[in-house]
Design a protein around this ligand. Sequence first.
Ligand code: COA
Length: 416
Amino acid sequence: MTKPLEGIKIIDFTHVQAGPACTQLLAWFGADVIKVERPGSGDVTRNQLRDIPDADALYFTMLNSNKKSLTLDTKKPEGKEVLEKLIRESDVLVENFGPGALDRMGFSWERLNELNPKMIVASVKGFSDGHHYDDLKVYENVAQCAGGAASTTGFWDGPPTISAAALGDSNTGMHLAIGILTALLGRDKTGKGQKVAVSMQDSVLNLCRVKLRDQQRLERVGYLEEYPQYPHGEFGDVVPRGGNAGGGGQPGWVLKCKGWETDSNAYIYFTIQGHAWEPICKALGKPEWIDDPAYKTAEARQPHIFEIFKTIEAWLANKTKFEAVDILRKFDIPCAPVLTMKELANDPSLRASGTIVEVPHKKRGSYLTVGSPIKFSDMKPEVTASPLLGEHTDEVLAGLGYSKQEIFNLREVKAV
Ligand code: COA
């Protein structure tokens, strides 16, 4: 099956998570992604949190599938020469080094554009160009704090909280992938490459836009009616943390199910969607609530919403999270069990859809990873193992026209 990005050659000058997540996605869809890594060490995640001695860590294998690995010291003149050749015949270069690193290496945007005016140069940085923090190096949690996620996540009586979801890293990588694909379509029209830049702060903020909505509502009316603080608590002048409240117009909460005393994930998320009130009452065996003025409207319910959640918890007390969802789904009530990583890893539906895949690996045996969350009618992205360090060095160099002797010479000077 021909993949849509087949024929697109990408220099993957990325490391850790934000950049690799982007290029992995493009590799799944058929791009020829060549990961350029420092000889001897490679991407730092190859060694981070190893669970098997001498085998690439899962952190690396789960973010670098479907790629080739070329070791190249791009600070040595011989390495720079190889990189220049690669640049001349590539469509995209993706990087997420610290600010200024590519310039210091001698590959500024101007130089890259001179070497290959059709090439798209895509970068992830912590902050956007010209921002007063644009010299900062940034990791995931730093971005979550800078992008508004931390100040709005957690409980009102606790500190700002980091989400386990990689809002700063993988999310930024996904934004960058959209930027690259857009620039490739643009190039079809203009024949020119361009620079695509995404900052981690901006990408986090993009996902927190409803909180910016709330800031404006708060400033106008002084309260936020869907937050647990309403109507009994106080509002200050910034969006507060709302615990597990729903972010839209539907109140919701994480509710205890049978076994919560010993199982820290025996919970469901329950949403009280306005038009689902009648089915909710029927499911809970509370038909008297349907027309009771104290319960009938969202406005009437809000002052005693936690008392309502308590009643639902009483109903849940003899049901597991799965049993509860199986009943509630029949009433069309939006809800889900709180699933653990163990449950997700073994979920037959996720295995069947290719969202959780088992990948054979030369050194590790096999490992589980998350496959493409994007599904196509004409293509099933296939996940192949991440490359060993330098696994494709000879192949890539031969493709660039280097003879065996020349490759040997590059090895002698430790440029590859
Ligand atoms: N050959 C020779 N040198 C290489 C090389 C290669 N193949 N690949 C990288 N390098 C060099 C770079 O030129 C740079 O050298 P310099 O600082 O002397 O100019 C250095 O290795 C890498 O520096 P840097 O990217 O700053 O690494 P770091 O470990 O100090 O910082 C981050 C890591 C992630 C904090 C930083 O890269 C960063 O802020 N990136 C942008 C934001 C980002 O993507 N963060 C999220 C990561 S998930």
